[in-house]
Design a protein. Structure first.
Lengths: 773, 200
């Protein structure tokens, strides 16, 4: 049948030698003489430290399954067995494309515990990586990205399980298969705990490899102290190995001499030092995943997943947040900037200055550089700094860059106003995007405006938009009159140029209307808002967010006029548009929900008010700056006070808002004082009258000093009067109630407040009349 | 199992102290199975042999930390064997005490170097072969039956036809699988032996 040859003799010798060794292997006799009810055992797939995996066929469901048969004596006590069943039960509830589905557990006819699970056809993760990605041991840059992309699925599976309370505890390449359809599948979830073994301590000789993935805290400590972060560590080791072909601290294939060197306790080698194709971002992410202290690591597999995903898509990774230069570079690279920008960043502003200075007489070059600078600055101002989560950190480095550019522009483009003006404009807008850089922004935008007026004659498109931009920065600086004037210039000029039905006209009109608000020019605003709405509904699709923005702006005007029902309707329409486009709890809804909550509050619909304000607060907690969040928390405090519900919660909101306003704007700022007033009111309602009295008295003191006579003063006097009344200081209470009453006609205030103040006076007067009589 | 776990935990703590458990782990994986086998061949029970091997490694770790281990002074293998032989003698004495308590006289000393060294060679080969077949299992696809075929032929001494019948294959398939696996195993064995040779 088959011809005999020396080769075959040698083969047979080796076969015989293996036969003897395999037969001598203790404690792992052939399993196929064992039996499990309802299953046909077919063949052994794998032998490991915990037992044997067998391919089998489940008769009832007629499906192929994998049976994991634990070692004899794996579960010595009843307690062990109970724990095993509990853990398997937990794992059996996991349903994730990258987690092998566990069907059930039980005992074989010989009493050995087994687990039955989905049979996945595939190869081990490390073998797959070796075969597909590691040419000669090391992955190329593109292959690294591919590996990470595959790895995201594994992280996702681990995160999914963690969220359901299952820690893997033994993540290693042997426990991850890459299925034929390309998806990674994680095996043996929680089994390490189920069989009561710590990683690596299962059976003599099984240390090889296994320990390499154990987090430092897994060695020697009690298994109960292990948390999800041990899995994060193991994920880090496994990815390190996949990307570099080596383990973080050597081992395995190293000779003893090298092992000995490693034992001296160096930190993990940088992955990029082992494989130069590993990017510095991935390097940093790996180092953070492999931190010795769990607290320093990524806290969840989800965080690791998100970071990896950022690393391969060129977004900045959090692991390198502290490197300023890094953030800037990453930021600019992501935006695919022209050579000019690369020069600025990589060579520094010096190089850029030199470039410009050397060629200053050449208008042609000035033109080109101006275009490039403009393109670069465009990319900067394209960021929404308020909401871009990572942006906050990028700002720090960009400030300095802008300052240097501003100087260079002055030097390099002087005498070429046509080129200088647009660069100044863009510089100004870039500054405008940065917090507290309004002064520089104003400087640049004013200069740009001057230049444009020199070059062109009004009315001109560029002069108009220059006025508009100037208006924006003046408004942000709190110079409302000047902002109003600039916007008006822009508005009129645009109307001249484009006629009324134009989106730019609408834009200037909207800004002009907003500027009316702090100036109290409600009549003018009342003319502008309907115009903005008309233009946009005419020119845009009915669900355009710009329409939502106009609706919301108009609604705030109704709020100012105490027309709460109409305000509510406009907020609601605005909300509808935004929800249809972005979903229920998108950050873009925060302001509208805040307004909706306030209008419901004023209408006395406390239940709806709670609903909206809570969502607004949740969104702002995620996305907004503290000032904006403080506004909403103050609104909630106010709601708690008037609705007399959730007093304790309301008190916390009020206090936080007060502290935040004080910190950001100073203690005499109106909203800080109003927050204090509600802190006092809520303290009073919760029964702490002495504190309430003290806080309210201080707030009233400040209002007296400023001779404040409007709505806030009336609210404060009312709250104070109620506190004093509750303390039994009736005379004083009456005095403050009357003070509030005397202010009622002075400025327009909501009807509700007037009623409340008058009712209070009636009540107090009745009491003193009764006491007096 | 429980005793083993306990011993192992103590050992792990020792490894942890020197800050690089991983390096020690691979060391452990390579040498502990050999030492257990040697101790078995020198007459200890499985449990006693495991203890002796653990203690040997613990001593090695300690001496290593005290800088007593010097590569130039001798091969790793004789260093480990020296400690192991002392440990085995310790087990002999403990056993002797137990036997004496049962009224039996037992005579035993430190096992001689030659016997221990031969046992090492045998056990080393055995360990390498097991590691090789593990390695092969590791890189095989779940559905690949070749290693299983090889094991049925080798461990169970079954004929190719017999194996073919059970798995629903032809004898030719079985021969091909056997030849493929043998070839791969031979390569892996050479590779692993190289690692040991470099160290010892």
């Amino acid at each position: 049948m088959v011809s005999e040859s020396p080769r075959h003799d040698a083969d047979d010798d080796l076969l015989a030698e293996f036969g003897q060794v395999l037969r001598e292997q203790t404690g792992q006799d052939s399993v196929c003489d064992d039996a499990i009810d309802g299953y046909r055992l077919e063949r052994e797939i794998h032998r490991g430290g915990q037992g044997v995996v067998i391919a089998a066929y489940q008769e009832s469901t007629k499906r192929p399954v994998a049976i994991k048969l634990l070692l004899d004596g794996a579960l010595a006590s009843d307690q062990d067995r109970a724990r095993f069943e509990r853990e398997v039960e937990l794992v059996a509830h996991l349903r994730h494309p990258s987690i092998v589905t566990v069907h059930e557990s039980g005992s074989t006819s010989r009493g050995r515990p087994y687990i039955s699970m989905e049979l996945v056809d595939g190869v081990r993760f490390d073998v797959f990586v070796q075969e597909h990605f590691q040419d000669g041991g090391k992955a190329s840059e593109g292959q690294c990205r591919e590996i990470v992309r595959l790895y995201l699925g594994i992280c996702d599976a681990i995160e999914y399980a963690h969220r359901r309370g299952v820690i893997h505890r033994d993540i290693k390449p042997g426990n991850v298969l890459v299925a034929d359809d390309g998806r990674p599948v994680v095996l043996d979830f929680g089994i390490a705990k189920a069989v009561g073994a710590q990683a690596g301590t299962t059976k003599t000789g099984e240390f090889l490899g296994t320990l390499s993935y154990a987090a430092p805290e897994q060695l020697g400590s009690s298994p109960d102290l292990i948390d999800t972060r041990a899995d994060v560590y193991a994920l880090g080791v496994m990815l390190y190995e996949a990307l570099t072909g080596a383990r973080p601290s050597g081992g395995d294939e190293l000779s003893l001499a090298e092992t000995v060197r490693n034992v001296t306790g160096q930190d993990a080698r940088r992955a990029s030092s082992v494989n130069a194709s590993v990017s510095r971002d991935l390097d940093a992410v790996l180092r953070k995943a492999l931190e010795r202290s769990p607290a320093q690591r990524y806290q969840t597999a989800g965080q690791l997943r998100d970071e990896l995903s950022r690393a391969i898509s060129g977004m900045p990774v959090r692991a390198r947040e502290h490197e300023r230069a890094y953030l800037l570079r990453r930021y600019l690279m992501r935006r695919k900037l022209p050579i000019f920008a690369a020069l600025v960043v990589l060579g520094g502003a010096l190089a850029m200055g030199a470039l410009w200075l050397g060629q200053r007489q050449e208008a042609r070059i000035a033109a080109i550089e101006s275009m490039r600078a403009t393109a670069f600055l465009d990319s900067l101002s394209g960021v929404d700094y308020q909401t871009a989560g990572d942006g906050v950190h990028e700002i720090i480095s960009i400030e300095g860059l802008l300052d240097e550019m501003s100087v260079s522009v002055a030097a390099g483009l002087e005498g070429f106003p046509k080129y200088e003006a647009p660069v100044r404009t863009k510089l100004g807008l870039a500054y405008l995007g940065l917090r507290k850089q309004f002064e520089s922004a104003e400087r640049e935008l004013r200069r740009a405006n001057e230049l444009y007026r020199e070059i062109y004659s009004a009315p001109h498109e560029l002069i108009a938009s220059s006025y508009h931009d100037l208006g924006r920065v003046l408004y942000r600086r709190g110079e409302y009159e000047a902002a109003f004037d600039a916007y008006q210039q822009a508005y009129e000029m645009r109307k001249d140029l484009f006629g009324e039905m134009n989106l730019d006209v609408a834009r200037s009109a909207q800004h002009l209307a907003v500027a009316c608000r702090p100036l109290g020019r409600f009549e003018e605003a009342g003319r502008l808002w309907p115009q903005v709405l008309r233009i946009r509904t005419e020119l845009l699709e009915p669900d355009d967010p710009w329409i939502a923005s106009a609706l919301s702006g108009y609604a705030w005007l109704f709020m100012d006029r105490f027309e709460y029902q109409r305000a509510k309707e406009y907020f609601e329409q605005s909300r509808q548009i935004l929800v249809n486009r972005y979903g229920e709890s998108d950050w873009r809804l925060a302001t509208v929900l805040h307004g909706l909550g306030l209008s419901e509050l004023e209408l006395g619909n406390y239940k709806d008010s709670w609903k909206w304000l809570r969502v607004a607060e949740a969104i702002k907690r995620e996305r907004s700056d503290n000032l904006s969040l403080a506004n909403t928390r103050l609104a909630i405090a106010r709601l708690a006070y008037y609705s007399r519900t959730n007093i304790e919660q309301g008190y916390e909101h009020a206090e936080w808002a007060a502290e935040t306003f004080e910190r950001l704007n100073g203690p005499e700022y109106t909203d800080a004082i109003l927050s204090r007033v509600f802190t006092a009111g809520l303290a009073g309602l919760s029964g702490d009258l002495p504190s309430a009295e003290q806080i309210a008295a201080e707030a009233i003191g400040v209002l007296n000093r400023h001779n404040t006579r409007g709505e806030n003063r009336i609210v404060a006097e009312g709250v104070y009067a109620d506190i004093l009344w509750a303390l039994g200081s009736y005379e004083e209470a009456r005095r403050h109630a009357l003070t509030a009453g005397s202010l009622l006609g002075a400025q327009p205030i909501p009807e509700r407040l007037t009623q409340e103040a008058q009712e209070r006076i009636r009540k107090f007067e009745f009491r003193s009349a009764r006491d007096g009589g | 199992m429980n005793d083993l776990t306990r011993t192992t935990t103590a050992l792990l703590k020792g490894l942890h102290d020197v800050e690089n458990a991983e390096a020690w782990a691979s060391f452990y994986g390579r040498y502990v199975p050999i030492m257990i086998g040697v101790a078995r061949r020198l007459g200890l029970s499985e449990a006693d042999a495991q203890d002796a091997a653990q203690e040997t490694l613990a001593t090695f770790v300690k001496e290593y930390k005290e800088n007593k281990y010097d590569r130039d002074r001798g091969r790793l293998r004789s260093w480990l064997l020296t400690i192991l032989r002392t440990r085995v003698a310790g087990q002999y004495r403990a056993r002797a005490v137990r036997k004496e308590q049962q009224g039996v006289t037992f005579v035993g000393g430190v096992p001689d170097e030659r016997t221990a060294s031969d046992a090492w060679d045998t056990e080393r080969r055995r360990t390498i072969l097991l590691q090789a077949i593990d390695e092969l299992r590791k890189v095989s696809k779940t559905s690949d039956q070749s290693v299983q075929i090889f094991e049925m032929l080798a461990r169970d001494n079954r004929s190719a036809q017999d194996v073919a019948d059970e798995l629903g294959l032809t004898a030719q398939d079985v021969y091909r699988a056997k030849s493929r696996v043998t070839q791969r195993l031979r390569e892996v064995v050479v590779k692993i032996e190289g690692v040991y040779d470099a160290e010892e």
